[in-house]
Design a protein around this ligand. Sequence first.
Ligand code: UDP
Length: 328
Amino acid sequence: MSGRFLVTGGAGYVGSHCVATLLDRGHQVVVIDDLSRGHREAVLEGAVLIEGRCGDPATLARAFALGPFDAVLHFAAHSLVGESMAEPFPYFRDNVGEGIALLEAALAAGVRRFVLSSTANLFGAPAEMPITEDTPLAPASPYGESKFFFERILAWADRIFGLRYATLRYFNAAGADPAGRLGEDHDPETHLIPLALDAALGRRPPLTIFGTDYPTPDGTCIRDYIHVSDLATAHLAALEAIARGSRAYNLGTGHGYSVREVIAAVERVTGRRVPVIEGARRAGDPPVLVASSARIQAETGWQPRFTTLDEIIATAHAWRLAHPDGYR
Ligand code: UDP
């Protein structure tokens, strides 16, 4: 059955891929995005873009006038761990404060389903892998803390107003739309895979490996990379699951890859060397983060379609070749 969804941050990396999945499945989509980090070109034809901040009353009024919405999917946020360690207050003010304005407007408009983009940063640096939904929460940065606060606010909205919500703890989003319509284009770019691809293609300086003395087999950090379109389908699965009650789900593939393994995969996929510099650790990086997504798989039947790093990187590479300057 076709529905209507309000997507904040729908011009951003993960949000735009989720909008694409919603449109592909025949749903109607309204996007709120201030285009501060997102791209107008990333909002596919068929979606309505309302330019503005998701905490701005006039923007919210315009958006909710286009309802009624079956659910709100809330992607808009500041989302860089390192930036949040230097400038914490926009993280608390906007990720929490604007989220509350959005949530109040959604409840006032009668919306009772809400999906939050949350993060593996909630878990800090746990001793045991993989990370399940029962792993204790210990946010490692103002970014993670801001998502933790908003998860708690959603829990109270459930208790008081009967809101059904899913909070989805993304591990490392990677890759690009397999149909080639969308990709990853951050400014500044800080993420490993796009930087490694650009280094291989000679479009950026050599890649700096942040730390080679971690307690891991090759000394570099291990992360769980999940394809951005698999994150998108997980949102739809979660929306169905919350009919039975609010949920928290971890989203990864369950496989961890070191920075050196990612570089080797980029070299296989591109057929080029990635020039590297071995540098110091980056503040706040835990040595290993690998998700267990057993809960969402068991409860909804969701499965990642992209299960190998090479497949994920191949989609990112294809988009980069077609869009060497990103959306510009
Ligand atoms: N990384 C790196 N060099 C870079 C960017 C990232 O070595 O130029 C490492 C980073 O320390 C982390 C991993 O690559 O261990 C993934 O980092 P990214 O910023 O892509 O995602 P994060 O894990 O911070 O969400």
